[in-house]
Design a protein around this ligand. Structure first.
Ligand SMILES: Nc1nc2c(ncn2[C@@H]2O[C@H](COP(=O)(O)OP(=O)(O)O)[C@@H](O)[C@H]2O)c(=O)[nH]1
Ligand SMILES: [Mg+2]
Ligand SMILES: [Zn+2]
Length: 129
């Protein structure tokens, strides 16, 4: 399996080994053309000399592309467990009053690094480049 940051040359490398794979490359320059909901998935290539290779999209593509901001918190179990206790039922746990997720972070019940990851994923969605 080939994994790593988007644009480092994974697909190009596999194409060099197996030209028939004909994988799409050039993620960096084409990034802005990609719709937010473009399905990006891992692809398995059968090597003509035996074995298999799996090309994977970058972490950000893989993890966030089909997640709506509103549902991102559902992927954090420690947040999901508290969601229905927030004051607003459409709370996104960023700066709302009465947010039990933010309270749990302040009380040390949710790890600040996990919450930071949540916030950066929340904002990265519109910032990718
Ligand atoms: N200069 C240079 N460019 C490369 C190299 N490998 C890939 N690229 C370019 O980097 C861009 C991203 O490559 P790609 O294979 O799509 O990366 P992936 O996102 O890791 O699959 C493409 O425009 C490639 O042509 C390399 O070894 N040298
Ligand atoms: Mg690729
Ligand atoms: Zn909340």
């Amino acid at each position: 399996m080939v994994s790593g940051h988007s644009g480092v040359g994974k697909s190009t490398l596999i194409n060099a080994i197996v030209p028939e794979a004909n994988l799409k490359t050039g993620d960096i320059s084409n990034w802005s053309d990609k719709g937010k909901h473009t399905t990006t998935f891992a692809e398995m290539i059968h090597l003509p000399f035996g074995g298999k290779l799996i090309d994977t999209p970058g972490i950000r593509e893989l993890g966030i592309v089909n997640i709506e901001k509103q549902e991102l918190c559902h992927f954090f179990p420690e947040m999901r467990a508290r969601l229905n206790q927030c004051k607003f039922n459409n709370c996104v746990h960023i700066n709302e009053p009465g947010c039990v997720v933010i309270e749990a972070v302040e009380e040390g019940l949710i790890s600040p690094t996990r919450y930071d990851s949540y916030v950066s994923m929340y904002y990265n969605e519109d910032n990718r480049n």
